[in-house]
Design a binder for this molecule. Structure first.
Ligand code: FA5
Length: 339
């Protein structure tokens, strides 16, 4: 009897460690410790044994039962906490998760959104204008006649259709906006892509964004232009940003100017980035030329206005210390992921 019990024990133990999933271990339990198991039969039938054998056999059967229950619990816990690696299809929930690549805004869009919100605070609406333009709107109605040398400022991509070009600046949007709102006052910004057939360098791309601004009303003066643009510079960079206006020339504004901000790197002392001038140009601007006002439908004797055009990529370069505009279109994640 003792021998039979010990054999039963060793068979049960060896079968237990062969089980590798929960179903198998549950079946094992029913077979070796369930009501109909051999071990339970021995315990139930103890009374039929000779009196002198009962204590010894009963003690051993109970010890085996106790050991098997413990071994069962322990092995079951191991199976639950450590999924088997022998099964190729199983998922190892203990492995660390794979990082998810999240999309993000492009640096130009981050700066554009900041620019929109500053102008929105100052009461400027967004007016979207088209990227494919006519020569008439891109040049002629902006006071740049055919063959005029001023066209050299904007090297142009032409299409196969005569007179249809890719816009070289957002300024033709001024005419569209004026013709939409005339004779009412206007306060709009016109953002969008521009195209120039020029040499790509660290500061110049053939495809870039501009944000045009246009304010038309009665009694608008150059001092309004200066105050508005200086406030913009202080909001986009910081409140201590110094600005200066340099006389310039654009055929569609009179007088015309370019606005510089004090160089961030050298604080105006002069360095390689600002070409030792202490200043960096961020936009062109001026009072809307009377001819352009008339082309837009406004009476230049009653109405005045100012306009400006800035480059968001150039602003982003200054704001974030980016030394080459080519990164913006390079699609290099090491660059894009920094913002
Ligand atoms: C113009 O395009 C005028 N239409 C701006 C203007 C509007 C003047 C209204 C007066 C009134 P300009 O060519 O300087 O001007 O361009 C304006 C801005 O666009 C520049 O200051 C610069 O920030 C950006 N920009 C111009 N060319 C490029 C280029 N190739 N790559 C990147 N940014 C450019």
């Amino acid at each position: 009897m003792i021998e039979k019990l010990e054999k039963l024990n060793s068979i049960a133990i060896s079968e237990l460690y062969k089980t590798s999933d929960i179903n198998a271990i549950n079946l094992w339990h029913t077979k070796h410790l369930g009501k109909k198991s051999h071990l339970m039969a021995y315990l139930r039938n103890l009374g039929q044994l000779p009196a002198q054998d009962r204590p010894k056999v009963g003690k051993l059967a109970n010890e085996i039962r106790y050991k098997l229950e413990n071994a069962y619990d322990e092995h079951k816990n191991t199976l639950v906490s450590q999924p088997t690696t022998t099964n190729k299809n199983s998922i190892d929930i203990t492995l660390p998760g794979r990082p998810i690549n999240r999309g993000r805004l492009h640096i130009t869009n981050i700066v554009l959104r900041k620019i929109y919100s500053i102008w929105a605070d100052m009461g400027f609406q967004i007016y979207k204008s088209r990227e494919i333009e006519t020569d008439e709107l891109n040049f002629e109605l902006l006071n740049i006649p055919k063959h005029h040398p001023a066209r050299d400022m904007w090297d142009t991509f032409h299409t196969n259709t005569p007179g249809v070009i890719l816009r070289t600046h957002t300024s033709p949007g001024q005419i569209h906006a004026m013709r939409t709102y005339c004779p009412n006052p206007i306060r709009v910004i016109l953002p969008g892509m521009c195209f120039r057939y020029e040499q790509i360098t660290a500061r110049s791309e053939i495809q870039f964004n501009q944000v045009e601004g246009l304010a038309i009303g009665t009694n608008i003066r150059f001092s309004d232009l200066k105050g508005t643009l200086s406030t913009f510079a202080q909001r986009i960079f910081n409140k201590n940003t110094k600005t200066r206006f340099r006389a310039s020339h654009f055929p569609f504004t009179e007088p015309s100017a370019e606005m510089d901000v004090e160089c961030f790197l050298c604080s105006g002392k002069g360095c390689g980035v600002c070409k030792n001038t202490g200043w960096l140009e961020i936009l062109g601007c001026g009072m809307v030329h009377p001819t352009v006002l008339s082309n837009g439908g406004y009476d230049p004797n009653k109405h005045t206005g100012f306009a400006f055009g800035m480059g968001p990529e150039r602003i982003a370069m200054l704001k974030y210390g980016i030394d080459d505009i080519r990164y913006f279109w390079g699609n290099d994640l090491r660059f894009l992921e920094q913002f």
